[in-house]
Write a protein that binds this ligand. Structure first.
Ligand code: HGY
Ligand code: MN
Ligand code: MN
Ligand code: MN
Length: 427
């Protein structure tokens, strides 16, 4: 079989942008909250409908579809050397409460359309191409981010943890998986992929930041993904009547939480780097009555940095502050748990180069940049050379209903993804 010189056929790199936009809009209708927001939580009824929608589109594109025991979905286009490790691409379709319709979705629907683009152009892949829809990238239901890709990357610790994990309604992970049709979610070691299963993994995603739009640049070529960490903790005090208990007698778990939240900000800013970030995304007070002194507070903290050491210093300081607050306010620190403390990931040079030359051949402006959001790519990087392609999004908005990416920007991203996949497939 001759090695196709696909430059000529690539002048006809035609993306069906209107159809892709229609699919993005249709997929967003599978949501537990009203438009324009999207809420789609792992293994929920809306998630199951959305999964069916994706599998159907994969089949229409002629991909052979399979799912693993945790619900990662794979759509494969066999190459003419199918025994070689394939090139893969993909992202997620789960959406945190009241978020938008592009985060993750652009990298799943866009990947399927990239396959259609290559098929329409007459390209024949040498290495097979696989589109992956990761089962759950957001930490919403079980508090674990990138659950599907962590398991694909072989996290024994996570496979063990999931055997004794339940959601906020006390539904076990395996029962929730069974509801969605995944009956063998007791032992998840079947999900682990061998290193070398893929020759490359590349993910298309909205930037979730303002840089590309501000600099009127069409494409971001990601060089590294920041190191995320999440911590959860509980303070417990005696609570009591908000009127009758005098201040010297109180040990208010709510005020302890408030002081800790400000300590998070202080320790992040002390790092001296703009790359260190942190917030308290969840803060629950019990019993949550205006005239009852909080007897328990539950906090969940998200802190990240592109520099892992700097981020770990922030975690250390947060822990010390929690202990000090507990002592000074005579509240019990009944839980302090680092849920995840992941290293950053570097993109692979050969994938960066392939994406750069794709942008050049397509006459698209591009910029190398880091990803401050984490992605499934962060964990795929543990078992495969990794790369990411960003497209601009409106004011960098994400994780809120105002999230928006223009159809022509999405089409540009799909073109770059298609050409990059073609290049990587012929290596
Ligand atoms: O939080 C993140 O970075 C990702 O968008 N879930
Ligand atoms: Mn997200
Ligand atoms: Mn995402
Ligand atoms: Mn707790």
């Amino acid at each position: 079989v001759h090695e196709p010189h696909f430059q000529d056929s690539f002048s006809s790199l035609s993306v069906d942008a209107d159809n892709l936009q229609k699919q993005i809009d249709e997929l967003s209708s599978f949501s537990d909250t009203p438009a324009p927001s999207v809420t789609r939580v792992l293994y929920s009824e809306k998630d199951v409908l959305a999964r069916r929608y994706i599998k159907n589109l994969m089949a229409i594109s002629g991909l052979s579809v399979r799912e693993d025991d945790v619900g990662n979905i794979f759509g494969r286009w066999d190459g003419y050397e199918p025994e070689l490790p394939p090139v893969s691409t993909g992202s997620h379709i789960d959406a945190i409460p009241y978020s938008g319709k592009y985060d993750g979705v652009v990298g799943v629907l866009g990947a399927i359309e990239a396959i259609n683009v290559l098929k329409r152009s007459g390209f024949k892949p040498k290495r097979s191409l696989e589109v992956i829809m990761f089962t759950s990238e957001e930490p919403t239901r079980f508090g674990i981010s990138c659950l599907g890709s962590r398991l694909l990357a072989g996290s024994e610790e996570l496979a063990e943890l999931l055997k004794r994990t339940a959601d906020g309604q006390n539904t076990s992970f395996s029962d929730a998986a069974r509801f969605a049709g995944y009956k063998n979610a007791e032992d998840l070691s079947s999900v682990f992929l061998r290193k070398g299963s893929y020759s490359a993994f590349i993910e298309l995603h909205i930037e979730q930041g303002p840089i590309l739009e501000e600099e009127a640049t069409s494409i971001g070529v990601v060089t590294a993904i920041a190191a995320p960490a999440s911590i959860k903790m509980d303070f417990e005090g005696n609570g009591g009547h908000a009127g009758a208990v005098l201040m010297p007698m109180r040990n208010d778990a709510g005020l302890a939480a408030a002081e800790l939240a400000l300590a998070v900000e202080k320790h992040v800013l002390e790092s001296g780097s703009i790359d260190t970030v942190g917030t308290v995304g969840i803060l629950e007070l019990h019993p949550g009555a205006i005239n009852s002194i909080p007897s328990k507070s539950h906090l969940e903290i998200d802190t990240r940095d592109i520099n892992e050491t700097r981020r770990n210093i922030v975690i250390e300081k947060i822990h010390n502050s929690a202990l000090a607050i507990s002592k000074n306010r005579k509240v019990k620190l009944s839980e302090f748990k680092i849920v995840n403390q992941d290293p950053p990931a570097l993109s692979d040079d050969s994938i960066i180069k392939a994406a750069e030359s794709a942008c050049q051949e397509l006459n698209l402006s591009y910029k190398k940049m880091i990803s401050r959001a984490y992605h499934d790519s962060l964990f795929m990087a543990r078992i495969s050379p990794m790369g990411m392609i960003f497209i601009p999004c409106y004011k960098g908005y994400s994780h809120k209903p105002e999230e928006f990416a223009a159809t022509h920007d999405i089409a540009n991203g799909v073109r770059v993804l298609a050409l990059t996949l073609a290049k990587l497939s012929l290596t």
